[in-house]
Ligand binder design. Structure first.
Ligand SMILES: [Zn+2]
Length: 327
């Protein structure tokens, strides 16, 4: 499938934005080493040089597959917990609806153990590997419709934790999902479709991600206007959001603190397969698409939870490395 160039560009700057966010935040815990800056040896307190930092030892994970290990942890939760803050007006029309909320929660509740998520099990750290299992662990609603800055996104997460609406979970990835009327002012729709980072909130290392409803800018952040789950023609926000969520979820798990897995260009695993979907099927092939998706002959490349999804591939950290839909 031929991809619009704009789309590739929009998401391909995702990691750059992450770095920018971190630098702008000017908090040391958020600053990552850029590129392959981690030395092979480091001085210990005794003044001796420690052995080189080796790659993960769990299972079959090795380095040398086009993406490099920088010593930090991966998320090894079995499962990892996915949380959502629904921000904005999700009781509206188009894709800003309760149906979208339900479908995205179903998506996060069934992606664990799926073919695409298992690709992430090729990543590990020195104490183990990513499990490939994910659980939808809860959501809360923030009905503010004010535009958000990067720090505003962090505040939305912090407020959800401080109020007790969501638990403070170091094994969690918190998604702030905004309705299409909301702008993320650092560049949603013009610089990126989503991003992830982390921060210490209340003494816990919290991994979080922003993903906006791409019906705000379908030409930039959606692979197709009508997706396999579209409720109506040209209402592709839910499917578009699922694609970006899968991208950020894979990265948050394999590089949660921005110091584990990325390549010499600073690209994390999903960045290396940005809007690269591989082989696709056409809706009607298995009867699991919506009526609108079937009518529009929408494309899909993953099936789980009794739904079809159109999700970009992920970088396989084995066998020399490649963008794949499954191991
Ligand atoms: Zn990315």
């Amino acid at each position: 499938m031929k991809l619009p160039q704009r789309m590739i560009r929009f998401l391909s700057v995702c990691l750059f934005v992450i770095l920018t966010v971190n630098f702008m935040a000017a908090q040391k815990p958020l600053t990552r080493a850029d590129g392959d800056a981690v030395p092979n040896g480091m001085h210990t307190d005794s003044g001796q040089v420690a052995p080189p930092v080796l790659g993960p030892v769990g299972q079959a994970v090795v380095t040398g597959n086009g993406i490099n290990y920088h010593g930090g942890p991966v998320m090894k939760g079995n499962p990892v917990n996915a949380y959502i803050v629904w921000y904005g007006n999700w009781n509206s029309t188009g894709s800003n609806t309760a149906a979208t909320k339900s479908l995205i929660e179903h998506f996060l509740g069934t992606i664990g153990g799926s073919a695409i998520e298992k690709v992430n099990t090729t990543y590990g750290d020195n104490s183990g590997n990513v499990s490939g299992n994910v659980r939808f662990a809860g959501s809360t609603t923030n009905t503010s419709i004010a535009n958000l800055s990067d720090s505003g996104v962090q505040s939305v997460v912090a407020n959800a934790l401080n109020s007790g609406a969501l638990p403070r979970d170091s094994n969690g990835v918190y998604f702030v999902l905004t309705s299409s009327g909301v702008s993320e002012t650092s560049g949603f729709c013009t610089q990126y479709c989503g991003w992830h980072t982390h921060a210490t909130l209340g003494g816990v290392d919290i991994k979080y991600s922003f993903v906006g409803n791409p019906d705000r800018c379908p030409s930039g952040c959606e692979i197709q206007r009508t997706g396999p789950n579209s409720p109506a023609t040209s209402v592709g926000g839910t499917d578009g959001m699922a694609n970006v969520i899968s991208h950020e979820l894979e990265e948050a798990i394999s590089d949660p603190d921005l110091n584990a897995w990325f390549d010499t260009s600073g690209q994390e695993n999903a960045d290396k397969c940005n809007f690269n979907f591989g082989a696709t099927h056409t809706c009607n092939a298995n009867g699991l698409c919506s009526a609108a998706g079937t009518s529009a002959a929408a494309k899909y490349n993953q099936t789980f939870g009794s739904n079809n999804w159109m999700l970009q591939q992920n970088w396989r950290n084995s066998g020399g490395g490649a963008c794949v839909q499954h191991l």
